[in-house]
Design a protein around this ligand. Sequence first.
Ligand code: DI6
Ligand code: FE
Length: 422
Amino acid sequence: MQTTPSPARPGTLWRHARLATLDGPEPWGWVEDGALLTEGGHIAWVGRDADVGTALASRPAPQAEHDLQGALMTPGLIDAHTHLVYGGDRAAEFELRLQGATYEQIARAGGGIRSTVAATRAASDESLFAAAARRARVLMAEGVTTLEVKSGYGLDATHEARCLAVARRLGRELPLTVRTTSLGAHALPPEYAGRADDYIDAVCAWLPAQQAAGLVDAVDVFCDTIGFTPAQTRRVFDAARALGLPVKLHAEQLSDQGGAALAASYRALSCDHLEHLSEAGVAAMAASGTVAMLLPGAYYFLRETRLPPVAALRAAGVPMAIATDHNPGSSPALSLLLMLSMACTLFRLTPEEAFRGVTEHAARALGLADRGRLAAGQRADLAVWDAQHPRELAYVFGHNPCRTVVQAGVARAAGPAPWQPA
Ligand code: DI6
Ligand code: FE
């Protein structure tokens, strides 16, 4: 985690903004003519522009003031499920799938995740970092201020730790919070063929060293027919629990393994994918307060036809989050805004549900209570948009209206990300 910015950081007053605070009972936490004051990297005050005078009377004068002239301001976006660190790409596999091969067939034939593992192991730390940083900058240009990054393409102690260290370095060198997730149990590496239980022993054995090195914030497993069984998942979760690490699960993506209920019994932060989630899984997640992480990019790119049970999740009051699931095989997406559009169009979320899914509920899926809303005391992670209302962000696709990003109180211009060759 990054450290809290110095309280000496000057205050900034943002005036005449349309605010989607996502705080309070109003739809969107809407403030039509709003203002927001940051101090020391946090939000000091937020309210109606008409009340700025009263609010400032008891505070030091802000050192900078910006008139947004009615532009939209929202919390910074949070992409809470990515596999951003890997070598190579899988564009050729995409062509194979277009010729009729399925994702599962390619995985079973030793392609898929395992081909990315070979490319990742062969890549230098520097090239892994450069490629991941380029991807992160593209996401950041659309207002992303917090990013989760999973390991899972190293699949041995050395390379898993290396990928987690690259993720940590992203958080140190870019204006971005990075949360890391250890996903050693992503696929069975070739050297363990036929010995999945032995591999799970190894995954459990790495965790203490990863934690001691400060490399891991949470633990994840791919529980599916081409991943690991519920019993194996349980063993990894027990190892995480022994270290006090929170868990999350790739659950019910390609089949119903009862993974969501299992994860809920460990009070998982989130269950992710969920196209094959059962009623019992929904009820278990509601009871444990686990976030449903919906990943429309993977649904789209694999041309799935079975929808996650959004109406049942909504009825049960399960908070829904949306993420890119950026990875080279099932979701090479680098636009969280496009995921908003897809969540509405493909999954039938309302624009407000989708937007809370990349802010408030995404924060919750990472166990972060200090962001995702515009409220006093929250981190000053903000995005300013060339838009009048946040529903426009879910409506337009293929365009980036992000004008300014503020991370821990420090503003920078957003907009198109430079994509330099490696
Ligand atoms: N589910 C996914 O969609 C990704 N990982 C997972 O467990 C796919 C990763 C890949 O194909 O490289
Ligand atoms: Fe994933």
